[in-house]
Design a protein around this ligand. Structure first.
Ligand code: FAD
Length: 387
C-alpha cells in the first residue's frame, strides 16, 4: 500500500497547523488522531495567540482572516488580586495576544484541510524503528502502518514518538490546576461578569491561585491552582470523583489548607462554580533534554517536543511555530533532504523550547509564591522602571 510522504501523529494545534502548512505547500501527508471526532470537550479553556508566533503561523497558513472572526482582542485585560480579593494590578489591555477558544482554533485548522487527510479514532499505541531504518506506527486497534519518509509526533505531553529521540520523560511540576466553569445561566454569572468582564482574573497567595477566564460564549472557566502531590486527584484529601463537585467545593472554601482563609469574593467564585473539578496535573520536560542527536525519519513538534507548564501562556504559540519552522526547512531543502531539514528545525527548536520551559518554571515561582502577588508585582514594577 502506498502512503503519503509524511505521517503526523496527533491533531492538536501543532499537528493541524503543520498539516495545513503542508497542504498549502502541496506536500502529501496524513494525520492520525486519537479522538473519535473533532469535538474538543474537556481540552481546557481559551488560548492567547501571540503576534510573532501563533498569529504569524496563521498568516502563513492563509487563515488569519478566519482567525479574526473568532479572536477576542478585548480579552487580554487581567486583574491581579491578592487572597483577600483586592485588585493589586490591572494589565494586558494593549497586548497583541487575542484569546481564542481551543475549539474554535481546532475548527479553523480542521476546515482548512481535506477531511480525508485526518484519520479519527486512530490512537497510536507505539512507534518502533527497525534496524532497516523503517519506522512502524502501531495503533491500539492492532493495525500498523509504515513506509513514510518522515513521522512527526505532534501527540502532546505523553508522546509515543519521543522515546526514539530521547529517554527524557515529563516531570511533575508540583502544581495542579482544577478546572470548573460558570455558565451563562448560572445565577452568579452577572456578578462574575461585572468583575472580570471579557478578560481574566488571577488571585494568588500561599502557593495557591483562584482564576477566572472569559470564554467566547460569555461563560467562564474557573481554575484553582494548587501546590500538591502528583497523585492529588486520586489520593488527596478531597474527593474529586463526584459529578456535582459539591463536597469538594465545600471542602475548598472551609479548609485553611485550601481557600478557607481567603476573601469572600474569591470563595464566592469557588462556591458558585459548577460541576466536577477536572484535574490538570502540570508537567514539563527537563529543559536539558532538548539536545538529542537527530534520528532519520522521525521528529517531534509542539508539546511532544517541549511540554512546559502553562505559566507564561506560550505553549500553543511555541507549538504552532514549530510547524512553521519545520515546514519552511522542508520546503527550502526539498523532500529528498528531509534529514537535513529535520536537523535544522530541531536545532532552532531546542533553543526556543528550552527557553519556554525555563521561563515558565521561573514564572511558577512568582505566581505560586507564599507571599504572592508581591514578588510578581515587584518584577512588573521593576520592568516598568527599566523602560
Ligand atoms: C491547563 C492548561 C492551560 C494552558 N493554557 C495555555 C495558554 O493560555 N496559552 C498557551 O499558549 N498554551 C497553554 N497551554 C499549553 C497548550 O495547551 C499546549 O502547549 C498546546 O495544546 C500544545 O499543542 P500540541 O498540538 O503540541 O499538543 P496537544 O494540544 O496536547 O495535542 C495533541 C493531540 O494529539 C492527540 N494524541 C495524543 N496522543 C495520541 C496518540 N497516542 N495517538 C493519536 N493521537 C494522539 C491528542 O488527542 C491531541 O489532539 C495550557 C496547557 C494546560 C494544560
Amino acid at each position: 500500500m502506498s502512503v503519503p510522504e509524511i505521517a503526523i501523529i496527533g491533531g492538536g494545534p501543532s499537528g493541524l497547523a503543520f498539516a495545513r502548512l503542508l497542504e498549502v505547500n502541496k506536500i502529501d501527508y496524513v494525520v492520525y488522531e486519537r479522538d473519535a471526532t473533532s469535538k474538543v470537550e474537556g481540552q481546557g479553556g481559551s488560548l492567547d495567540i501571540h503576534g510573532k508566533t501563533g498569529q504569524l503561523v496563521l498568516k502563513e497558513a492563509g487563515l488569519f482572516d478566519e482567525f479574526k472572526k473568532y479572536a477576542r482582542w478585548d480579552a487580554t485585560k487581567t486583574l491581579i488580586q491578592d487572597k483577600t480579593g483586592t485588585t493589586q494590578l490591572v494589565f494586558g489591555e494593549e497586548q497583541d495576544s487575542p484569546e481564542i477558544d481551543r475549539a474554535s482554533l481546532r475548527k479553523i485548522l480542521l476546515e482548512s484541510i481535506p477531511p480525508s487527510k485526518i484519520k479519527w479514532n486512530h490512537e497510536v499505541g507505539s512507534i518502533e524503528k527497525f534496524d532497516s531504518g523503517e519506522i512502524s506506527i502501531n495503533f491500539k486497534n492492532g493495525s500498523s502502518v509504515k513506509g513514510f519518509k518522515l513521522v512527526v509526533g505532534a501527540d502532546g505531553a505523553w508522546s509515543k514518538a519521543r522515546h526514539l529521540l530521547t529517554s527524557a520523560k515529563p516531570q511533575y511540576s508540583g502544581k495542579h490546576y482544577l478546572e470548573a466553569k460558570i455558565s451563562n445561566s448560572n445565577p452568579f454569572h452577572p456578578t462574575i461578569a461585572e468583575k472580570v468582564g471579557s478578560g481574566n482574573l488571577i488571585a494568588m497567595g500561599e502557593a495557591k491561585q483562584v482564576s477566572a477566564q472569559a470564554q467566547g460564549d460569555g461563560s467562564y472557566r474557573i481554575y484553582l491552582g494548587l501546590t500538591v502531590a502528583e497523585d492529588f486527584a486520586t489520593n488527596g484529601p478531597v474527593d474529586l470523583s463526584k459529578a456535582d463537585g459539591e463536597a469538594a467545593r465545600s471542602h475548598f472554601v472551609t479548609n485553611a489548607d485550601f481557600f478557607g482563609t481567603w476573601g469572600s469574593p474569591l470563595k464566592d467564585i469557588i462556591t458558585n462554580s459548577e460541576g466536577a473539578f477536572r484535574p490538570w496535573p502540570l508537567y514539563h520536560l527537563p529543559s536539558e533534554a532538548l539536545s538529542w542527536t537527530p534520528v532519520p525519519g522521525i521528529t517531534v513538534i509542539g508539546d511532544a517536543a517541549h511540554v512546559s507548564t502553562p505559566f507564561v501562556g506560550e505553549g500553543v504559540n511555541c507549538s504552532m511555530y514549530d510547524s512553521l519552522v519545520l515546514t519552511s526547512q522542508i520546503v527550502e531543502r526539498g523532500l529528498d533532504q528531509l534529514g537535513a531539514a529535520v536537523e535544522a528545525y530541531e536545532k532552532e527548536m531546542f533553543e526556543r523550547g528550552k527557553d519556554l520551559i525555563e521561563r515558565s518554571n521561573g514564572s511558577a515561582s512568582l505566581l505560586f509564591a507564599q507571599d504572592a502577588p508581591k514578588p510578581l508585582l515587584d518584577v512588573l514594577n521593576a520592568s516598568k522602571r527599566d523602560v
